[in-house]
Design a protein around this ligand. Structure first.
Ligand code: ADP
Length: 350
């Protein structure tokens, strides 16, 4: 009698299922084991990083040749926030996370890679269009501002005295509009690496004093007390006075804007450690702790800022300008109590 053999399919184990899932992902995936060795790299990551599993598997990151894309990506700290890396004309974002086994023990680290080249191109294209349109807004605005100035300079015979406050308001509003246009253009310049500083020897205490003076009218119209204390003896510094003036105006402007009536804004400037320190402290609405890490990001505005005019670009641009001078900007804040922004610029800033 012929024996019939029942063929039973053996079910694949979980490890090989997991491996197949990872292999078929459309994102690049690399898994480092507890010793920091590449234990697994899927086909997508191989293609993105121009490498092969055979060349890198089993190697610790510090054993990989420097400057190779795989070394560059794996040596980035992208746990807290995704990091962008350019690889042969492509733009990748990488983010990593710890992998723990169910008992809670650390088993390794997983890196996920996304190709964002196309999104980046589209975003750049959109920004170019916005920059072009914004730039075009400047010409008609400059014409309007010219006429307002001309009318303000007319003698009383031609412009009725009752219209002068309207002209003043038109002048102030046009300046605000121009500042917003400049912010949008600078954000674009920053993105494409065109935000430049032109340095010359400047008296920064005089520039800061002038900014406080300019903002005093705005502060008093909002019922906010603005005081300043600028240490004497601050030497001339080789800086971009116009750009730093915008930083001061932005910080003081924000402090005034986000401080309710009867509040106080205090501007201090002093020398320490061969650096100029400027702080702008207010008793305003404050910024939630969770928002502080994002406060200098482009277009970021805290929920508390809803209802206040603004673009969310001022701090991004201020940070870029301060850093272009080798300086730093920092913020401390508590909701309902107020904020303190501090900038530090080396006196030898070039
Ligand atoms: P904008 O003021 O145009 O919104 P900024 O880049 O200057 O843009 O500021 C970004 C955000 O930071 C603001 O929208 C607000 O949420 C917060 N912020 C900045 N300065 C202050 C301040 N002095 N008090 C409270 N919030 C502030």
């Amino acid at each position: 009698m012929q024996k019939t053999v029942a063929h039973q399919k053996t079910a694949p184990d979980m490890a090989s299922i997991a491996e197949s899932i990872i292999a078929s992902q459309s994102t690049g995936i690399i898994y480092l084991d507890g010793d920091g060795r590449i234990a697994l790299i899927n086909a997508r990551a191989e293609a993105m990083l121009h490498t092969s599993a055979g060349d890198v598997t089993g190697k610790r990151v510090d054993m990989l040749p420097l400057r190779t894309p795989v070394y560059r990506v794996l040596s980035e700290n992208c746990r807290e926030m995704p990091v962008e890396v350019s690889v042969n004309g492509a733009v990748l974002t990488a983010r990593s996370a710890e992998v723990r086994i169910p008992s809670g023990e650390l088993s390794g680290e997983i890196y996920e890679l996304f190709d964002v080249t196309e999104e980046k191109k589209e975003k750049r294209h959109r920004e170019e269009i916005v920059a072009m349109m914004t730039h075009d807004l400047k010409s008609p605005l400059t014409v309007l501002m010219g006429y307002v100035q001309a009318l303000r300079n007319e003698d009383g015979a031609k412009v009725h005295v009752s219209l002068l406050p309207c002209l003043d308001e038109m002048d102030r509003s046009s300046l605000k509009l121009l500042a917003m246009i400049e912010d949008v253009l600078d954000a674009y310049r920053l993105e494409v690496g065109l935000l430049q500083t032109t340095c010359s020897w400047c008296d920064l205490s005089a520039i800061l004093e002038a900014c406080c003076h300019d903002m005093a009218r705005e502060a008093s119209s909002r019922g906010v007390r603005l005081t300043h204390d600028i240490e004497s003896g601050i030497p001339a510094m080789n800086v971009d006075g116009n750009q730093l003036s915008r930083v001061f105006a932005n910080l003081i402007g924000n402090a005034v804007k986000f401080t309710p009536r009867k509040g106080q804004v205090t501007v201090n400037a002093w020398l320490g450690d061969e650096k100029l320190h400027v702080s702008v402290t207010d008793t305003g609405i404050g910024i939630p702790q969770k928002d502080l890490p994002r406060i200098f990001n482009k277009y970021f505005r805290s929920k508390g800022a809803n209802g206040f005019r603004g673009t969310g670009l001022g701090l991004t641009i201020s940070k870029a300008i301060v850093e272009a001078h080798g300086g730093a900007i920092a913020v401390e804040s508590a909701v309902g109590e107020g904020s303190c922004f501090t900038i530090v610029i080396p006196c030898s800033a070039a």
